[in-house]
Write a protein that binds this ligand. Structure first.
Ligand code: GAL
Length: 964
């Protein structure tokens, strides 16, 4: 809802009724109207996308250690030999590393946003130290899942990551923006034999020149699938309209099998419409070779579907189920949309054969308070903020976005320029590009693949050759969407990237639009990035000493344009498909043109919290055509500047605007929507009002008023209801009001918060120069506003937030939590110390000496055993010795503990540190436990095991050391 509709909703003005005639009394506004945020919605956020059967979130209870942990220096033959083997990773990557005192964190997690601002850190990363960290997690797998395909999935990790599973490297990932999928199946452990995931994150590495955060900042998942299954991102189902105008959905599912023999599988596809009615079905069979791949293809006919568009983002649901030789089916649920689009070199962009000017913004992925650890609901909120402004597109600059952002774009109707991060044609990087296309090629929102942003090689033959290769990779996976590249130079060199793309992206250079179009009349072009203007939200006077920009749209970078100039250049040229303003929201880092203490950018149409700058009302007035809109800048609190001229700007889409101060007419102006009317008004306290006209009729009204001093705090949520699922999040606006309940736009007060029924996960106020911590329970209002991001606890009941400031009435808000089943999570599993590295002596006819051990260079006569592995010994006789060493974890070191053998087969003696501590008199398999004394020394445990004919003795289950 925009402000005007809000007025109507609270009975102030009728949304479409003409206002009173000029000169007539303008109706008084009710109290509290000037809050520049929409009123609360009494609706929930969008429900989560359907869960993939068998896939669980792995977000909870990760053990976290900030800082690096050096690997031990390996010495000696025995250790060197062992270290070189699978499963034998050392240091914090080792299965048995003592992580018992590491704190637990939940994902999404960005540790950089918790760091203090540091002048020595990189301004591009928002003056936050990033560094290194480790994450570890134990995962217990149900023995019933043996034989299934198991996959770990990470949405992204900033920035370089090495992942070990059960002591073996499972992945090296050298980008902070792509997903990582790891096949757990071959080395999976089941039951009490826990799987240990260890991740070393190197966030010293940078891929950008903006804030990138640090750590496991997107979701993680554990997928359990039947042995014959559909690969992750393995479905291609992108509707096509035939030349006869009839639609089909060609469906290709990429299948895989972990079985030992060839298997037949049947793919069933059911497409249903938004009301749940089945509109098409299909079935196909495929043969899947063992450990191989196959494709199952079918086509669904949907002759005349309801189309997807930015105004009516109508989605269909495609349900796929794959029946293989086992009982369980593999299932996927996808949302797809039917729409056509094209870029015309003369006429710009068309969606469903209708011309549509792209009104977009470029955005990074961080928000106030949370950094890049964006909760899903905040993505939806951000896309709504952009849509409310009349925007219809977003460019994911300059990297692959999270799926949750794309979900919101598909569901809310937002076009996406989907951008690749690394410009590189070597295999690792081509894989990143292929992954992006594979993951996102079914989405109706995605209309372009951008292979790079501003690469110095763009005007060279090498750059051209690279883009030619990247474009060909994209086309191989998705022939339906154009490839673009965001060029800021090189457009006219003999060999350049524009010759290898379908749509040429212009970063800035509006002065070259006409020349390029004249030279290449058949090549579609769009702005891929424009504007780069500066504003500080709520400020209306430049103050370079304090790094403050007035928000009149007069300040811009040397390479950029003002918002108005940039839009005019695009809007007046039909052949330019659209605009992508740099940026929709402020972001950390790139505090251009300033540096310390400024830590975040000034480019946003909105600030880091999503509070509107003047640019917001400006774009809204330019991008929304139908509803009459009228807003005024600045606020009207200028005590001390009596009589001084104040620049007043109207942001409007009406034809004429008349301005009044305290009822006195100040002149009426014709509106040039590219420029917007301005007045110089000698300041006097009171009411500054504007009346807007279309066709001579009064259609809009705006008011700013001089307020009194703040007397109370106010909390305004985005929604009055939240899901009590432990995940739902929303931003709450904090402001101060005067005695008449009016928003005080100049308040700069410290505010303290208390919460019940939820948690504060971050705070912000949009001040690029603020060094207040983003976590905690307090924040200053900056130019009248602050934001608290709250997460609702699980279950029903109220979430209550209270705001206090000295001398002001307390602000309070109560939000209803609706009990909602949380998304399924992998259960937290405390990690335990499992004894590894068992050596087994050759067999002997007599009971062996418990002190006997292999010599360090003996790799062969004493066997190496895995946990719970029983193996017949070489040599003659019924006796063996099993030997392992361990240093207990810190708690056991201090207090002593218990060594538990899950199962011993055969008669046995147990020796610990040279003393016999237990005997097992029977041959039958049985567990056994012995006490471990408090000690930080290495313990030696030896089992002397006697077999008998027909029964091989040994350890049938893992042995663990834990607290008493
Ligand atoms: C562009 C670049 C953006 C950002 C912007 C600031 O050149 O593509 O990432 O740095 O400048 O104006």
């Amino acid at each position: 809802m925009e402000r005007r509709e809000f007025l109507a909703s609270i009975g102030c003005v009728a949304a479409s009724a003409p206002l009173a005639k000029v000169g007539a009394r303008i109706p008084a506004e009710p109290a509290g109207l000037q809050l520049p945020m929409p009123p609360p919605r009494a609706t929930m956020s969008l429900p989560p996308e359907p869960e993939e059967p068998g896939r669980l979130l792995l977000d909870r209870a990760w053990q976290f250690h900030q800082g690096d942990i050096p690997f031990p220096a390996i010495k000696g033959h025995g250790w060197s030999y062992a270290n070189a083997k699978a499963g034998q990773a050392q240091g914090a990557a080792a299965v048995n590393f003592d992580d018992s005192d590491w704190p637990l964190v939940n994902l999404p997690h960005d540790w950089a946003v918790d760091m203090p601002f540091d002048r020595d850190a990189n301004p591009s990363q928002g003056y936050r130290q990033r560094g290194y960290a480790w994450y570890r997690r134990a995962v217990r797998l149900d023995p019933a899942d043996r034989g299934k395909y198991l996959e770990l999935q990470f949405g992204a990790i900033a920035t370089n990551a090495t992942i070990w599973i059960n002591g073996s490297v499972a992945a090296h990932n050298w980008s902070g923006y792509n997903s990582i999928y790891i096949d757990l199946t071959p080395t999976a452990r089941f039951g009490d034999d826990l799987n240990i995931i260890a991740i070393r994150v190197d966030a010293e590495k940078m891929e950008g020149w903006w804030y990138e955060g640090a750590g496991l900042y997107r979701h993680a998942w554990l997928a359990t699938r039947p042995p014959v299954h559909i690969r992750t991102d393995g479905v291609h189902a992108d509707p096509r309209r035939g030349i006869d105008g009839r639609w089909t959905v060609p469906v290709t599912a990429s299948l895989a099998s972990i079985l030992k023999t060839e298997a037949m599988a049947t793919l069933n596809a059911v497409l249903s419409d938004a009301e749940g009615r089945t509109v098409a079905k299909g079935t196909v069979e495929a043969k899947v070779p063992p450990l191989g791949s196959a494709e199952a293809k079918l086509e669904l006919a949907v002759p005349s579907p309801r189309l997807w568009s930015v105004d009516d983002p109508n989605l269909y649901t495609l349900r796929l189920s794959l029946a293989g030789p086992t009982d369980a089916e593999d299932q996927r649920v996808l949302r797809i949309g039917f729409r056509t689009f094209r870029f015309d070199a003369d006429k710009g962009f068309f969606l469903n054969d209708q011309p549509l000017k792209i009104k977009g913004s470029c955005n990074h992925q961080d928000h106030a308070g949370v950094g890049v650890a964006m909760p899903d609901a905040l993505w939806e909120w951000r896309i709504r903020r952009l849509k409310d402004m009349g925007s219809n597109a977003i460019r994911c600059s300059h990297n692959a976005p999270p799926v949750e952002l794309l979900d919101a774009c598909d569901r809310l109707g937002m076009l996406v320029m989907n951008e690749n991060r690394n410009f590189n044609t070597s295999p690792d990087y081509i894989e990143q590009l292929q992954w992006l296309v594979r993951r996102d090629r079914n989405r109706p929102s995605v209309i372009m693949w951008s292979v790079f942003n501003e690469e110095p090689m763009q005007g060279s033959e090498a750059g051209y050759e690279m883009v030619r290769r990247m474009a060909s990779e994209v086309k191989a996976l998705d022939p339906s969407r154009p490839v673009t590249a965001a060029m800021n130079a090189g457009l006219f060199t003999p060999h350049n990237v524009s010759q290898a793309v379908d749509v040429v992206g212009f970063n800035y250079q509006p002065g070259l639009y006409d020349r390029f179009h004249a030279a290449h009349p058949d090549l579609p072009i769009t702005s891929s990035e424009d504007t780069s203007a500066f504003m500080t939200r709520g400020a209306f006077q430049n103050d370079p000493d304090h790094h403050v920009f007035a928000s009149y749209d007069d300040e811009r970078s040397s390479w950029g344009s003002t918002h108005r100039e940039a839009w005019k250049a695009v809007a007046t040229r039909p052949f330019v498909a659209g605009a992508f303003v740099w940026t929709g929201f402020d972001y950390r880092g790139e505090p251009t043109p300033y540096e310390w203490p400024s830590a975040s950018s000034f480019f946003g149409i909105m600030d880091l919290c999503g509070f509107p700058k003047t640019a917001y009302w400006l774009h809204r007035a330019q991008w929304v055509d139908d509803r009459p809109l009228l807003d005024l800048a600045p606020h009207w609190n200028w005590a001390g500047r009596e009589g001084e001229p104040i620049t007043v700007m109207a942001m409007t889409n009406v034809e004429r605007v008349a301005l009044f101060l305290n009822g006195r007419p100040l002149g009426e102006k014709a509106v040039d929507r590219f420029e917007m009317p301005r007045w110089q008004v000698p300041w006097a306290p009171g009411r500054l009002e504007a009346v807007g006209y279309r066709g001579g009729r009064r259609v809009a009204h705006a008011l700013v008023e001089t307020t009194g001093a703040p007397v109370a705090l106010r909390l305004t949520p985005d929604r009055t209801v939240m899901a009590g699922d432990g995940e739902d999040v929303q931003p709450i606006t904090v402001d101060a009001v005067d005695a008449r309940g009016r928003h005080v736009p100049t308040a700069q007060l410290p505010v303290r918060f208390t919460i019940s029924g939820g948690a504060i996960i971050g705070l912000g106020n949009g001040d690029p120069n603020s060094h207040e911590p983003e976590k905690g329970d307090s924040r200053k209002l900056f130019n009248g506003l602050a934001q608290v991001i709250v997460r609702a606890d699980s279950g029903a009941g109220p979430l209550r937030l209270t705001a206090q400031a000295e001398g002001l009435r307390t602000g309070q808000v109560s939000i209803a939590r609706v009990a909602t089943t949380p998304r399924a999570q992998v259960a937290p599993t405390p990690s335990v110390q499992t004894l590894e590295g068992w050596r087994q002596s050759p067999a002997s006819p007599d009971k062996p000496d418990p002190m006997r051990k292999p010599i360090d260079s003996d790799m062969n006569s004493w066997l190496w055993l895995g946990t719970g592995q029983i193996e017949a010994a070489q040599g003659e006789g019924n006796w063996i010795s099993l030997r392992a060493t361990f240093v207990a974890r810190r708690r056991v070191q201090a207090n002593g503990g218990i060594l538990r053998f899950g199962g011993i087969v055969g008669r046995a003696e147990i020796w610990l540190d040279g003393r016999k501590v237990a005997e097992k008199p029977d041959f039958a398999e049985a567990p056994l436990a012995v006490a471990v004394p408090a000690s930080s020394e290495e313990h030696v445990v030896t089992l002397l095991v006697e077999s008998r004919p027909g029964l091989i003795g040994g350890l049938s289950q893992p042995a663990t050391v834990g607290a008493r």
